[in-house]
Design a protein around this ligand. Structure first.
Ligand SMILES: [Fe+2]
Length: 361
């Protein structure tokens, strides 16, 4: 067996961990740019970060809110005129963290927005400190950023983009709308399922199998859409586990075919992945039987059908969509999805079938 495990991000978990780790911010310099989501001002995360910076005498510039699913141009606009930062702090969900990685590159490299997708950068990106406020993306421990480009999403990746530190405090999730908590938890689950099934390694098994057991522990709370503090903490940490899994394994066709649902239909990312995840697991069963059976046992569901039923119970209802739209989405996403690592070779016909069975079945 051969695999690589690289988790260079210092992950700190615990209540009030931002306030209790002010000195950590100091270790990255004296001037910070804060890249935040709109909710960062309401859930207490932004004020905790600002207090921690002021306590250390670090000057800071709070950039405008990151829009959902930002484009490279949105990222460039966030940076504005203010140069000379030592490090970037991301406060928010995946959009804020992925935008912060783009800002970390553009702040020190004279590049047009699409230059983010260059394979390497002349100057090493600034360090990023991540304070996640949702429980899905895992971007706080990955070296990848996913941005919206045209009809789909595109990613850039550099080993220098692993956040230097991630501070996980579940209190910021207490004000998260319940369906957002569910949608992002489904994103984390999707990362673990996809990574687990497309890479056979002890390390992906270690993190994904722990994540499946965690998911089983809070799935009733997800159904009820009501969470205790302990459950939120477990959900937040499980998202980080999912980030470690995709950092090693990448994502499969599920993520790729979810992108048009987000870009064209406005379906939140985690929910978009969840819509087709069950069918992808069914599609994969003949080649990954043993792993899928173990996953279902850990998730405490009855086989593939039980897995699909669990996901259906967490989605807020059926999606209004036509066969024609799904044919278009297949055209948009097939090439990239086929090029991804998958559980077995996947064809354009398979992709259409997965869309149809998931959304019109
Ligand atoms: Fe995702």
């Amino acid at each position: 067996m051969e695999f690589q495990l690289q988790v260079p991000t210092k992950v700190i978990v615990g209540k009030d961990c931002v306030g209790r780790n002010g000195a950590l911010f100091s270790s990255f310099g004296k001037r910070a740019a804060i890249i935040k989501s709109g909710s960062a001002g309401k859930n207490g995360a932004l004020s905790d970060v600002v207090k921690a910076l002021e306590g250390q005498g670090i000057s800071y510039h709070v950039c405008g809110n990151v829009p959902p699913n930002p484009s490279p141009e949105d990222v460039a606009a966030l940076l504005g005129y203010a140069p000379g930062f030592d490090f970037i702090i991301a406060v928010g969900g995946g959009s804020a963290m992925d935008a912060a990685k783009g800002v970390a590159v553009l702040a020190v490299n004279d590049l047009p927005p699409m230059g983010l997708f260059d394979k390497s950068y002349a100057v090493k990106p600034l360090p990023v400190v991540a304070v996640p406020t949702t429980c899905g993306t895992g971007s706080e421990v990955t070296a990848i950023s996913v941005l919206e480009v045209g009809d789909t999403k595109k990613s850039f990746l550099s080993p220098d983009l692993f956040p230097a530190a991630a501070l996980l405090d579940a209190k910021y999730l207490e004000t998260l709308p319940a369906q957002v908590a569910v949608d992002t938890a489904l994103d984390a689950l999707s990362h673990c399922v996809e990574g687990y099934l497309i890479q056979d390694s002890w390390a992906t098994e270690l993190f994904a199998e722990r994540a499946f057991a965690n998911f089983a522990a809070y799935k009733d709370a997800l159904y009820k859409r009501a969470f205790s503090g302990d459950e939120l903490e477990l959900m937040l940490f499980t998202a980080t586990l999912g980030g470690i899994v995709i950092s090693m394994a990448g994502t499969s066709a599920v993520h790729t075919i979810g992108y048009p649902l987000t870009v064209r239909k406005g379906i939140p990312h985690g929910r978009a992945c969840a819509f087709t995840l069950g069918e992808y697991v069914a599609f994969s069963y003949d080649t990954k039987k043993e792993k899928i059976d173990r996953m279902c046992t850990l998730l405490k569901v009855n086989g593939v059908e039980g897995f699909q039923e669990m996901i259906r119970g967490l989605l807020p209802g059926k999606l209004e969509i036509s066969r024609e739209e799904l044919e278009q989405y297949t055209d948009i996403s097939a090439q990239a999805a086929i090029g991804k690592k998958n559980t077995k070779p996947i064809t354009k016909g398979d992709i259409l079938n997965i869309y149809l069975a998931s959304l019109l079945g």
